[in-house]
Structure formats: C-alpha cells, structure tokens
Design a protein around this ligand. Sequence first.
Ligand code: UD1
Ligand code: UDP
Length: 385
Amino acid sequence: MKKKVAVVFGTRPEAIKMAPLVRALGDSTQLKPVVIATAQHREMLDQVLQIFAIKPDYDLDLMRPNQTLPDLTSRLITSLDEIIKKSAPSAMLVQGDTTSVLAASLVSFYNNIPVGHVEAGLRTNNMRNPFPEEMNRVVTGRLAHWHFAPTQSSAQNLLDEQVPSDAVFMTGNTVIDALFDARQHADKVPLSVADGRRMILVTTHRRENFGEPLKRICAAILELLDRNPTLDVLFPVHPNPNVSSVVRDVLGNHPRVDLCAPLDYLSFIAAMEAAHVILSDSGGVQEEAPALGKPVLVLREETERPEAVSFGVADLVGTNTARIVEKVQRLLTDPAAYREMARGASPYGDGLAARRIVEILEDALTGDGSGAAGSPTFASSGQRA
Ligand code: UD1
Ligand code: UDP
C-alpha cells in the first residue's frame, strides 16, 4: 500500500512551488499525495489549482478579508490539527515561509509526524525583515525532519545552525520545475508589446513595504513614465487592501499604467517574457526572472536570495524613489548594462527538484535504497537554464 504524504499549502507561491511535488508524488509507486489547501489565499490560490489541475483532498477555505496574523494562525492550527488527525499521513511537506507553513509544521510536530521543509535554509538573519517570514522559516527549520535546500548557500545556512548534515539535501527549488513545465504553455497567452515601446512589469506585496515605501515605489514609477514617453507599466495588483489602496490611489489614473488583477501563472510568465525590466519585492519572481533572462530589480532592503544578485542578474534596489529611477533609467539607456543583466542564469534550480525530493522521501519512508542516488544533487551554477 502506498504511504500518504500530506502536501500542505495556502498561498499562490506555495501552490506553484508544490505543484511539481504533487505531480511527482502522484507518479510514485510507493507514495501518494494528500493535498491539503489551507486557502490562506482564495482567488489567487484557485488560479494556480486550475492551471496545474490540482484538486485538493481537503480545502480549509480559511481566507478572510484583511486577515490578521494572530487570527489566521489560530484558525490554521485548529483546522489543520483536525485534518491531520483524520488523514493520518506518514509525513508532511510544507514549502517556504508563510503563516500556513508555520502552523502546519507546528501541528505536524504536535502529532509526531515528520515534516519535510521545501525551500529550506533561506535567511536574511533579520527577524523583522521579511516580517513575519524570517521567523516562520527559522521556526519551521527547528521543527523539520528533512530540509530541502534550493542552493549551496541555503544548505550552508542550515549547517551553520547545527542542523545535522544528513538531514540537509540540496535539491534546487521546485519553482524552476514549475516554470519549465508552465512555460511550454505560456506562449499560448496573447501578450505583446508594440514596436518601439518597452514595458516594465511591477509586483509588490511585502508587509515591510506597506505605507511609505510603497508610495515611494509608485512615485518612482510616475517619474520613469514622465522621463520615458515610450514606456508602459503593467502592474498586476495584489488584492491585499494594504497594497491595492495605495497603488490605485497613486497610479490609478495614469494612461500608461495597466493596473490589472493578479494574472494567472501562464499569463504572468508571458508578462515576464514580454517585459524589458521587472521591479518586484516577490520571492518567486526573484527566482524566475533570472531563469527567463530578465533583469529584476528587487524592491527590498535585504534578500534571502543572494545568488542572483551575486551573479549580477538581479539588483537589490530598495524603495528609495531616486535610486529606483536611477537603476531603471540606466537599464533603459545603457545597452551594455542591460545585456549584462539580461544574460540569464538559473542559480535556483534545474527543473529536477521535485523528483529529487520524492526519491529522498521514498528512500526514507519505504527503505528502498534505490531512490536518493537516482538524481544527482543540484549544482548551483551561473549558466542560463
Ligand atoms: C502572504 C504571505 C507571504 C507571501 C504572500 C504571497 C504570510 C504572513 N504572508 O502574504 O509570505 O509572500 O502571501 O502572495 O503568510 N487576498 C485576497 N485574495 C487572495 C489573497 C489575498 O483578497 O486570493 C487579500 C485578503 O484580504 C487577505 C489579504 O489579501 O486577508 C492578505 O492575505 P495574507 O495571505 O494574509 O497575506 P499576503 O500579504 O497575501
Ligand atoms: N505570479 C502570478 N501572477 C501574478 C504575479 C505573480 O502567477 O500576477 C506568480 C509568480 O510567477 C511567482 C509567484 O506568483 O511564481 C510569486 O508570488 P508572490 O509574489 O505573491 O509571493 P512570494 O513569492 O513573494 O512569496
């Protein structure tokens, strides 16, 4: 009989990054996935479920408008405990650093079920930045049984925290598996930029950027549009009211800014491919843009994803208006600087992460030693994917 592995996720990026694992577990001869969607996000989660044709075994439907961290956390813990007792999996997988991840890891610990942490070991070493994600992943790191680190430096972060080396596996990030899979279908999405024009794609949602930082980002966008008459901005607006109210207020009336609803994943990949430059505070976008050969300017003061910055294909620009304008302006006017940042790299994965993770779990849960040796460890490299 196949052993059950609970795959828990709640938000859009977790679902994208777990989709390859749901598929790989579905293909396993020894394991099977039990998909538990907390639905910390609702519409944005549903977009991903539809694209990857995932039908959760359990959908907790927990999202509430403008939810607070304590309220969401307490509801997650209570609901997940009930489902875990009911489904009795042999192991649980969580991904990343959201409130769903923290709650699921804790519930798993209370129920004595081993947890595998996908995208383990990312750190800024600043508990307040990103908030609350750094705390979520540090605590999950203490609770996890298997640590699936995407890169050498994330694996090293765990070893530096005294996580036993036989519990740390460098697998690459499943975001690249998902991207390679979905990209094959993204060209069916009609999205083009007219001749002689250039498009900048923008996304923001981080709590640290609520309020003044977000206003400074929007001010930079206005100034860039003023300076560049052939520039257009595509800005899929995160539905969090703390984001959408500011963005719509400042940019809502500009004729060259398209403030659209969150794009489904295929349309967003098409938008990344059509963009000249991407401005984002997103974790996933920092990983995808380099693999697509698109310069990404990171609208944050610190990042737990230093690899693309050190390869020179991402730049940590923060939220100062003048600095953002200067950095984008350079990419718009200096072809050599642009080429250097647009050369492409895939430091976060090679598309085989989910397979590696499932082989490790098969090996651990069923004792079939043939697995883990099958797909060699991901070797982080600066080469284009
Ligand atoms: C959450 C995660 C963050 C992750 C991000 C991905 C936490 C604390 N934050 O942030 O780490 O990077 O998701 O996007 O776990 N909303 C909707 N529809 C949706 C989704 C959100 O209306 O489909 C609105 C709701 O009003 C909701 C609010 O956005 O209450 C905030 O959602 P929440 O998941 O708490 O935080 P995010 O800012 O989305
Ligand atoms: N994304 C999407 N539609 C959008 C914006 C982003 O499908 O309109 C995808 C993007 O490709 C990436 C993920 O959502 O895979 C990133 O999610 P988000 O920025 O919300 O969260 P983070 O990665 O910062 O946790």
